[in-house]
Design a protein around this ligand. Structure first.
Ligand code: SAH
Ligand code: MG
Length: 209
């Protein structure tokens, strides 16, 4: 993010020293947390639509979930994480900011969660294993409130989706899956998707009115 703008957003960020620590931790241990500009975009969206409930798929260390609830006090986030180390780190961080009442971490694979046990959401944020994006979408879209939005992070995969030559086999297969997902979103009759060139790419999907 532009350093000049970043400074203003930093000043806006409640507990910004704490978030700096989380960003440093993520860098040190290669945790793929959301890029700053996408984060700020989502924080503004949460406030514009006055979101009260959010489902996040992929908690990692709790950085995004904590950033969301800190930008909107009355937001409740249910967030799903399958990796035990990440889950523990997230719980620790959430406790440190005393946000246990706003964030509920579910330690399970998102494809195995019983979604009839969950509530309805104003925002669904898909940010876990990229190969499974379409499965997450199909499973959780029915939980979206009438005027809710579904956000998907990492839809450009560092620009690799456009330039598919010279990539390793694994990366190419991942890129193909993201590309298929982007196409999939665009074919849905019931939904409209906006593809935003922010951070690692962010898709904003909503029901057609
Ligand atoms: N939202 C976080 C980053 C999440 S990184 C942030 O921006 O701060 C992606 C996380 O999704 C990883 O911690 C990984 O363990 C988790 N994950 C991947 N596939 C998953 C699945 N099927 N169910 C639950 N968690 C999953
Ligand atoms: Mg991400």
């Amino acid at each position: 993010m532009n350093l000049y703008l970043e400074k203003f957003n930093n000043e806006n960020e409640v507990y910004h020293e704490f978030f700096d620590e989380l960003r440093n931790y993520a860098k040190l241990y290669n945790v793929p947390i959301i890029k700053r500009d996408s984060l700020v975009l989502i924080q503004s969206l949460l406030n514009i639509i006055n979101a009260k409930t959010m489902l996040e798929i992929g908690t990692a260390i709790g950085y995004s979930a904590l950033s969301f609830v800190c930008s909107k006090d009355d937001l409740i986030v249910d967030t799903i994480e399958r990796n035990e180390e990440m889950y523990k780190e997230a719980c620790k961080n959430i406790k440190q900011l005393n946000k246990q009442n706003n964030i509920n971490v579910i330690f399970q694979d998102a494809l195995e969660v019983d979604n009839t046990e969950l509530r309805k959401y104003d925002v669904i944020f898909i940010d876990a294993a990229k190969a499974q994006y379409q499965k997450f979408f199909d499973k959780y879209a029915p939980l979206l409130n009438e005027n809710g939005i579904i956000l998907t992070d990492n839809i450009i995969f560092h620009g690799c989706v456009e330039e598919q030559e010279n990539l390793s086999k694994n990366v190419r297969s991942m890129v193909k899956k993201i590309d298929n997902y982007n196409h999939y979103l665009s074919t849905l009759e019931e939904y409209i998707t906006y593809y935003i060139d922010s951070g690692d790419g962010l898709a904003i999907t909503m029901r057609k009115k």
